[in-house]
Design a binder for this molecule. Structure first.
Ligand SMILES: [Zn+2]
Ligand SMILES: [Zn+2]
Length: 346
C-alpha cells in the first residue's frame, strides 16, 4: 500500500510502498478516507518533538471505513464508518482504570509511536475505532479527533459552565472548535484574542467579541468590556508565555485558566495579587479522553460543531503535497485545516 513516512528527522517525509498491516484478534483494519495534517506532525518531522523509532507513518487524525475486523471485535463490521482515537492504552494500569488513560504507563500515540493515517490502510485496536455517523463527512471526523477533542477536554477540565464568560487566546484550529463548543455549553460572552485581522473578523462573524491584541493590551480590553470583572475561564491555545500570563490576568475571582498551547518558555506570576487573592486556578491540558469522544461526535452530528468546506483543504496521499502542507503550517495565518484524502484509483 502507499504510505507517506517520516524516515529521518529534519528531512521531508518520504513516499513508501509498504505491506498492508496484518491485524491481531482485537484489531481492526481501516481503509483511510481522511487524515488530518496537524502542527504536531510538523514538530515530529522537524525534531521539535522526539520520535524514538523511525521510520514511522505519521497521522493521528484519521477516519475511514472498516476493511477487516479481528475475531474478538464484536461491535464493528467491515464497511462501518469510523474515526480513530489516537491514544492506544493498556486498559489495566492505575491511570487506565481511573479513566485517565492519557497517562497510561504504556501509552502509544498513533502516528508517533506506531504507524498512523498517512497511508491507504491503518491498523488500530477495535477499542480505538469510534462509529462515525453518515451525517459527518470523513474529513470532519478526522480533524475532530485532535483539535476539537482537545478543545472539548480543555473546557471540561476548566469546569466551564452555562452562563460563564470565556476568553479564547488564539483562533486557529483549536480556537475554531473551542468557540463552537463553548456555545454547546450555553456560554455567556465569548472573547477571542488574536492579532490576525482575518481570524478576528471570522470570530466576530461567529458571534464572538473580537479582541485585537495589536490595538491595546488584551487584558485591559477584557477588563474594560467586563466592567473590571474579568472572565470565568480563559483558554490559551497559542503556546506563548506572554499570552499564558494574559490568560491568567484576565480572570475574574474564581476564574480558571486552561493552558493548551506548548512552549518551553517560563511564565511569571505574582502569586498573591494574581492568583491567591482571587482563588484563580491554572490548569494544564494534555490530549483528551476516549470517554469524551461520543459527546463530541454527537455535537458534530447535530450540527453544533461544524467544519464548513471553506475551512478544509484537501491534498492527495502524496509526499510532495504533504510536505508542502507541513511547510505551510509553520507560517499559517488562517485556520484552514489540510486533510489527506487518498484517491482510490492508484
Ligand atoms: Zn493533531
Ligand atoms: Zn494503562
Amino acid at each position: 500500500m502507499r504510505a507517506v513516512r517520516l524516515v529521518d528527522v529534519g528531512k521531508p517525509l518520504a513516499q513508501a510502498d509498504i505491506p498492508v498491516p496484518e491485524i491481531g484478534s482485537s484489531d481492526v483494519l481501516i481503509r483511510v478516507a481522511a487524515a488530518g495534517i496537524c502542527h504536531s506532525d510538523a514538530h515530529y518531522s522537524a525534531g521539535i518533538s522526539q520520535i524514538d523509532s523511525l521510520p514511522v507513518t505519521l497521522g493521528h487524525e484519521t477516519a475511514g471505513r472498516v476493511e477487516k475486523v479481528g475475531a474478538q471485535v464484536a461491535n464493528l463490521a467491515a464497511g462501518d464508518r469510523v474515526c480513530v482515537h489516537y491514544l492506544v492504552t493498556c486498559g489495566r494500569c492505575d491511570f487506565c482504570k481511573r479513566g485517565q488513560e492519557q497517562f497510561c504507563r504504556q501509552v502509544q500515540m498513533i502516528g508517533k509511536h506506531r504507524d498512523g493515517g498517512y497511508a491507504e490502510f491503518i491498523k488500530v485496536p477495535g477499542a480505538n475505532a469510534f462509529p462515525l455517523p453518515d451525517e459527518i463527512p470523513f474529513e470532519a471526523g478526522a480533524i475532530m479527533m485532535c483539535s476539537s477533542a482537545t478543545a472539548f477536554h480543555a473546557l471540561n477540565k476548566a469546569r466551564f459552565k452555562a452562563g460563564e464568560s470565556i476568553a479564547i487566546f488564539g483562533f486557529g484550529g483549536l480556537g475554531f472548535s473551542a468557540l463552537q463548543l463553548a456555545r454547546v455549553f450555553d456560554s455567556g460572552d465569548v472573547y477571542v484574542v488574536e492579532i490576525n485581522p482575518a481570524k478576528l473578523a471570522s470570530a466576530a462573524t461567529m458571534g464572538a467579541i473580537a479582541i485585537d491584541a495589536r490595538a491595546a493590551d488584551p487584558v485591559e480590553q477584557i477588563k474594560d468590556a467586563t466592567a473590571g470583572r474579568g472572565v470565568d475561564v480563559a483558554l490559551e491555545l497559542i503556546g506563548c508565555a506572554k499570552t499564558m500570563r494574559q490568560a491568567v490576568l484576565c480572570l475574574a475571582p474564581l476564574g480558571r485558566a486552561a493552558l493548551v498551547g506548548l512552549t518551553a518558555e517560563s511564565m511569571s506570576i505574582f502569586p498573591y495579587a494574581e492568583l491567591i487573592n482571587k482563588e484563580a486556578e491554572i490548569i494544564g491540558i494534555s490530549d483528551h479522553l476516549a470517554t469524551e469522544l461520543p459527546a463530541l461526535i454527537e455535537f458534530a452530528c447535530s450540527g453544533k460543531l461544524r467544519f464548513p468546506p471553506e475551512t478544509l483543504r484537501v491534498v492527495e496521499l502524496d509526499a510532495a503535497e504533504i510536505n508542502a502542507a507541513l511547510d505551510a503550517l509553520q507560517d499559517s495565518i488562517d485556520h484552514v485545516r489540510t486533510v489527506i484524502v487518498p484517491s482510490s484509483d492508484k
